[in-house]
Every structure is written in C-alpha cells, then in structure tokens.
Design a protein around this ligand. Structure first.
Ligand SMILES: CC(C)(COP(=O)(O)OP(=O)(O)OC[C@H]1O[C@@H](n2cnc3c(N)ncnc32)[C@H](O)[C@@H]1OP(=O)(O)O)[C@@H](O)C(=O)NCCC(=O)NCCS
Length: 169
C-alpha cells in the first residue's frame, strides 16, 4: 500500500484504535491462543479510562497508528521491558492486512528504539495446546525476529513464544 503515514496516537484516535482491534481478528479465530478478550483495546470506555488516568497506557506504553488514505488501518503498542525495546501489541484491520501496514509500524518502532539507544527488540506471541503457533508467527520471522525457543506457561493451555531481534545500526 502506498502512502502509509505512522504517527504517535492521541486520545482522539481511541475510536479508531478500538475499531482496528475489532476488525483485526475474531474471538473465534483466536480461541486456544489467548484468553477471552479482556483487552482495553476492545472497549472504548476501558481505553478512554486508561488514557485519562495519566495520558499513558499500562505503565507507560506508547501507541503509534498507521494512517492510509485518511483513515487509520493499524496500531502498535510499544515500550521498554527488561532493558530492551518491546512490542506489546500490533493490529491491522483485516481488509488492510498484507499491504505493508504491519511492517511499517514495526519499522517505526524499531527506528524509535534505535534512536533511543536500544540494541535489542523483543516481542511475543503464543502457541496453542497442540504446539501450533498463532498465525502472526510467520510475520515476526519475516520481520527478522528470532524464536528464542522459550515456551513460557500461562494460566491457560497456551504458551508464550519469545522473539528477539538485534537492531542493526
Ligand atoms: C500480523 C499482522 C500485524 C501483520 O500485519 P500486515 O500488515 O498484514 O503485514 P505486512 O503486510 O506488513 O507484512 C510484512 C511481511 O510479512 C509477511 N506476512 C504478513 N503476515 C504473515 C503471516 N501471517 N505469515 C507469514 N508472513 C506474513 C508479508 O507477506 C510481508 O512480506 P514481504 O515483506 O516479503 O512482502 C496482521 O496480520 C494482524 O493484525 N493480524 C491479527 C492480529 C495479530 O496477530 N497481531 C500480532 C499479535 S502477536
């Protein structure tokens, strides 16, 4: 997709962020890979409340949005964890998937992390009880993220898969 503009989100983007999250994947699709949706990104009032608290989300995570043709088609939640840049959440609305929006958001965050002096990025996804990774696994490996081999148990049947990427200068 041409002309993808990435910028930091503002509270005015709450409506669009929730719309994108709802349009990125369904509860049905994700069953087995995560717990039922309690995410603040699924609810405008919950996201608004988190935002109003101190204008940041969950202990300082930042959000960037992707604008294409005047409308928001994706968002990424990122910050710092364990001394590395960390991608907490990434969603692109289904009609705009596979058009380069996710890649543009990840590159924006990686560049921000590099500018801030970080050498490593981390993120994670999950695998279900049968050991099948969530479908974003291929996206992360395409973006240069290496599966660390760690499989962290959760309170449910699925496990967390940890990814690491060394940022080049
Ligand atoms: C995963 C997701 C963010 C990818 O965003 P996207 O905009 O569709 O991906 P892009 O078009 O930027 O793809 C970048 C590259 O990854 C590849 N890719 C994208 N999705 C892929 C997948 N599921 N499997 C393998 N490769 C994939 C693309 O073909 C592209 O390769 P190229 O650079 O050689 O052309 C998006 O599909 C999404 O929002 N999915 C639902 C929510 C989700 O799973 N979020 C991640 C949670 S861990």
């Amino acid at each position: 997709m041409k002309d993808i503009a990435i910028r930091e989100a503002t509270a005015d983007d709450i409506h669009a962020i929730v719309r994108v999250r709802r349009a990125a994947f369904t509860e049905e699709e994700v069953r087995g890979w995560t717990t039922p949706e309690h995410s603040i990104f699924f609810s405008r009032p919950a996201l608004r409340a988190a935002w109003d608290k101190n204008d940041t989300l969950k202990e300082g995570w930042k959000i960037a949005v992707a604008e294409c043709g005047g409308s928001i088609s994706g968002f990424i939640v990122f910050g710092v964890k364990d001394g590395c840049g960390f991608i907490e959440n990434l969603n692109v609305a289904k009609p705009q998937q596979r058009l380069g929006v996710g890649k543009a958001l990840v590159l924006y965050v990686e560049n921000s992390a590099k500018t801030a002096g970080f050498r490593m990025m981390k993120t994670d996804t999950t695998e279900n009880a049968d050991g099948i990774p969530w479908k974003s696994y291929g996206f992360w490996t395409k973006m240069g993220y290496k599966d660390t081999g760690e499989r962290l148990p959760t309170e449910s049947d699925f496990k967390e898969i940890r990814f690491l990427k060394e940022l080049t200068r």
